[in-house]
Design a protein around this ligand. Structure first.
Ligand SMILES: NC(=O)c1ccc[n+]([C@@H]2O[C@H](COP(=O)([O-])OP(=O)(O)OC[C@H]3O[C@@H](n4cnc5c(N)ncnc54)[C@H](OP(=O)(O)O)[C@@H]3O)[C@@H](O)[C@H]2O)c1
Length: 269
């Protein structure tokens, strides 16, 4: 029989993020705000980042009320300089940064035969280029300082499945997120850095608001998603927090390069 280790006797210690620091992009959005509040409530320091100052400050107040130390950076990850400014804010405020959650993302649906190339590029830039800048800056910092960082990206079931709704940008960008997750995980494994993604199906946020209203294509898209979800409902941001905490905490130290489907069973059937 094996030893009854301290970890087995105190399994919640594996999820301990207290005193560690996270950078969260897209922190005004549903996922970014949710993960910021979750980490803050567990005593982590959070650098909350978004391009919308008013919504960012409101979300930051919510995270502060939950108990964490929070600073805000009014930027999107549009360039290397932006990513460097986020890291600097974390270092200035808290001395080190151990976690990164890329919650910034965007979609503009359009059928390929009707849409402009620039609209496709804007989705790719928001969803893939932003991850790449954040990974380059945080990865460089982690390697140089021998920090076993935890990186979390937001993929989607659309990285694996097509859609009826004009998603050549979105599906392509999320397929790229999946590939980036795997290649960063393999490149950085020797440093003890882990890289994983969460792939949800539809959950309520600004991004999906069009599916909850009267829009005809939105309703058809929502109905089609629902019909394929064995658990019989769409997601809420709380549904993602257990996985986010797992992937950002020591509990996931032997898990890397994975796209974790938190999708009500969508990809199972
Ligand atoms: N909701 C879903 O059903 C669903 C499903 C699968 C995957 N996801 C993914 O989950 C992530 C979070 O999305 P969410 O649902 O929480 O959406 P959300 O509430 O709309 O939040 C998106 C965040 O991204 C930022 N953002 C918007 N446009 C941007 C752009 N062009 N460049 C950079 N940042 C931009 C927004 O902040 P500012 O405008 O303030 O900068 C906002 O904080 C995204 O990667 C999304 O693709 C969502």
């Amino acid at each position: 029989m094996g030893e009854v280790t301290e970890t087995l006797k105190n399994p919640l210690s594996m999820f301990d993020v207290k005193g560690k620091t996270a950078i969260v992009t897209g922190a005004s959005g549903a996922f970014g705000r949710g993960v910021s509040i979750t980490l803050a409530s567990l005593g982590a320091n959070v650098v909350m980042v978004s391009g919308n100052k008013e919504e960012l400050e409101a979300a930051a107040e919510d995270a502060r009320s939950a108990g964490g130390n929070v600073v805000t950076v009014n930027l999107r990850p549009d360039s290397l300089e932006d990513a460097q400014a986020m890291l600097k804010a974390g270092l200035d405020a808290f001395g080190s940064v151990e976690m990164l959650a890329v919650g910034s993302g965007y979609n503009k649906a359009g059928f390929i035969h009707e849409m402009e190339y620039e609209d496709w590029q804007a989705v790719m830039d928001a969803n893939v280029r932003g991850e790449w800048f954040m990974a380059k800056v945080l990865g460089g910092y982690w390697i140089e300082n021998e920090i076993k960082g935890k990186m979390l990206m937001m993929s989607s079931v659309r990285g694996r499945h097509g859609n009826i709704s004009g998603y050549t940008g979105y599906c392509t960008s999320k397929g790229a997120t999946d590939a980036l997750t795997r290649v960063l995980a393999t490149e950085w494994a020797k440093y003890g850095i882990t890289v994983n993604s969460i792939a949800p199906t539809v959950f309520r946020s600004n991004l999906t608001a069009w599916m909850y209203g009267d829009d005809e294509l939105g309703q058809a898209t929502k109905k089609r998603s629902l019909s394929r979800i064995p658990l019989g409902r769409l997601g809420e941001v709380e549904d993602l927090m257990g996985m986010a905490l797992y992937l950002l905490s020591p509990a996931s130290n032997f898990c890397t390069g994975q796209v974790m489907y938190v999708d009500g069973g969508f990809t199972a059937g």
